[in-house]
Write a protein that binds this ligand. Structure first.
Ligand SMILES: Cc1cc2nc3c(=O)[nH]c(=O)nc-3n(C[C@H](O)[C@H](O)[C@H](O)COP(=O)(O)OP(=O)(O)OC[C@H]3O[C@@H](n4cnc5c(N)ncnc54)[C@H](O)[C@@H]3O)c2cc1C
Length: 510
């Protein structure tokens, strides 16, 4: 180890290639964090290549991102046609005709220092048929179409409401572009078709546009989406293919006119070759059918998808292809892949924008000097790889914990060979309801239990320490919890009233 460490010179300029959600989120965050340094930030995007633009559902961490930027929540929702999201309603996943809700926030209240769900399992053993989701404030509010923003001064159970947003990803990128340009980010329009790599170091020296312009940089951020123009095209960083675990690989998406009141949750309905989302925005719905091409052609997917849509189509359906997995090196030399260029695990739990956020926050924590220390690259890759693996396991849980046997897709996933990490976690959970988060793992016991119990694989046993409370005490405590939750939800305003009052957007031209 070198103890006479002398810091290498700092990065002077950052070049971001790509102006989708990832590009503009990165530009906005760097403009905020690097604002007081002499580092220049340049973003290059090409109007010839469309953004994916269908990432519209999020998880609660997005609020932290916006608040770090100093973005007002209501202004953001007005600018992006946004609504609130309390969780996801899963239909037909355990079995056709069944549904359950995966809420943000927690189930019930812990008692005597022991997780709530152990008492719920014991209560079931005593004969209760009350589903887990009736102990979730988020679920009850979602099902009753209610929402209120928790404010600390309420001093009530409402503080436990956790929320994220649905929004128009294209409008979000525009919103962040205005934010970034106001803070000194320079945008150039053009198609990158040359990447000049220094032969001696393997570092990217400069990129060239089709019209001949060139941009040299110290640090390059690849936000070019599935293309991975820098990270793969130039640096050949490799891709770990997870098709065997997450076999969906196609999507067809379209926006439709609203036919009902926007619900404060996403809908994910399983069909024989995949699943379909419905994401309610203020003036329209986002819809998409994610499916596995091994079992369904693109043409047939569109026919099936169209037949299930309710509102008038506002555009022609857009087809997308992807390979689930992660980049082997998300940080390679002086290039960092953020967004789809770094990997994609399918949109089932709306985790992709979160992964952008995770990549940005780790880049800021490890913001490099010009020599790009190898150990820091390795640490970045380790952290991001862990994020990917934890989320992958949770996504796979939705598929393996099915009892469906009505189509080749469900027969495949029901029997797939689990990653060891997932097999271990499922065994702990299915036995006596044991669950522990590893490192900075994203999804906690609420999420794992919601999916497992919702699909008919609730834990068989519980922590024996619950017997420290008498049976009648457990029954009474659980009844009180339901009562507190019902009263709180009854007092909340309808979600749409809250949106109309505080963050109603103007009409948009679609
Ligand atoms: C079917 C589907 C559904 C999804 N749903 C969700 C969801 O609900 N929630 C969620 O969090 N995420 C979701 N995602 C993921 C989400 O859409 C992406 O994470 C997000 O949009 C970021 O994309 P991106 O910016 O990395 O790439 P893109 O949107 O593809 O943007 C790439 C950018 O790079 C530019 N570019 C490419 N090549 C070049 C070049 N050679 N020169 C110059 N510029 C170039 C393009 O012009 C574009 O600006 C979904 C993804 C898919 C496929």
């Amino acid at each position: 180890m070198n103890i006479n460490h002398k810091q290498a010179p700092p990065v002077r300029n950052v070049i971001i290639v790509g102006g989708g959600t990832a590009g503009w989120m990165t530009a906005a965050a760097l403009s905020k964090y690097l604002g007081k340094t002499p580092v220049t930030i340049t973003l290059i995007e090409s109007e010839q290549i469309e953004t994916v633009g269908v990432g519209e559902a999020t998880i609660p961490a997005i609020s932290q991102f916006n608040s770090i930027l100093g973005v007002d929540e209501f202004e953001f929702l007005k600018a992006t046609q946004g609504t609130y999201k309390l969780g996801i309603e899963f239909e037909n996943w355990g079995h056709i005709g069944e549904s359950y809700f995966h809420p943000f926030g927690v189930h019930g209240f812990d008692l005597e220092g022991i997780d709530f769900h152990h008492f719920w399992t014991r209560h079931k053993e005593l004969g209760s048929t009350e589903p887990l989701q009736n102990y979730s404030l988020n679920t009850r509010a979602a099902h009753m179409g209610k929402f209120i923003r928790p404010e600390k001064q309420h001093g009530s159970v409402i503080n436990r409401l956790k929320y994220a947003f649905h929004f128009d990803a294209l409008l979000y990128a525009k919103f962040l572009r205005r934010y970034s340009e106001a803070r000194g980010v320079t945008r150039h329009e053009g198609l990158v078709d040359k990447v000049d790599v220094r032969p001696e170091s393997g570092f990217i020296n400069k990129i060239g546009l089709k019209d001949g312009r060139e941009y040299a940089g110290d640090l390059f951020i690849d936000c070019t989406g599935f293309r991975g123009v820098l990270i793969e095209g130039a640096l050949k960083s490799g891709y770990e293919n997870w098709h065997k675990y997450l076999p969906v690989d196609r999507a067809v998406a379209v926006t439709t006119a609203r036919t009902d009141t926007p619900a404060p949750f996403t809908r994910a309905t399983a069909y024989d070759a995949g699943w379909q989302w419905k994401i309610p925005l203020q003036y329209r719905d986002g819809n998409g059918y994610v499916y596995c091409h091994d079992y369904l052609s693109e043409d047939q997917a569109e026919v099936d998808f169209r037949a299930r849509l309710t509102g008038e189509l506002l555009k022609e359906p857009k087809h997308l292809r992807f390979t689930t997995g992660r980049r082997k090196k998300l940080w390679n030399k002086n290039c960092v892949a953020i967004g789809l260029s770094g990997g994609f695990m399918e949109p089932l739990e709306s985790t992709s924008i979160h992964m952008i956020q995770s990549g940005i926050s780790k880049l800021i924590a490890l913001f490099p000097s010009r020599d790009m220390p190898q150990t820091e690259q390795d640490e970045y890759n380790r952290l991001l790889h862990d994020d990917f693996s934890h989320i992958r396991d949770f996504l796979v849980l939705h598929y393996v914990a099915t009892r469906r046997d009505d189509s080749p897709l469900w027969n495949y996933v029901r029997n797939l060979k689990l990653p060891d990490s997932l097999a271990y976690k499922m065994e702990l959970l299915a036995g006596n309801g044991r669950f522990f988060k590893y490192d900075a793992e994203l999804f906690d016991v609420t999420s794992w239990l919601a999916v497992a119990a919702g699909q008919g694989f609730a834990p068989k046993g519980y922590n024996p320490l619950v017997k420290g409370l008498s049976d009648s005490n457990i029954s009474q405590s659980l009844a009180n919890m339901r009562d507190v939750i019902e009263k709180a939800v009854t007092a909340m305003p309808p979600h749409i009233d809250f949106v109309n009052r505080f963050c109603k957007a103007g009409p948009v031209h679609v």
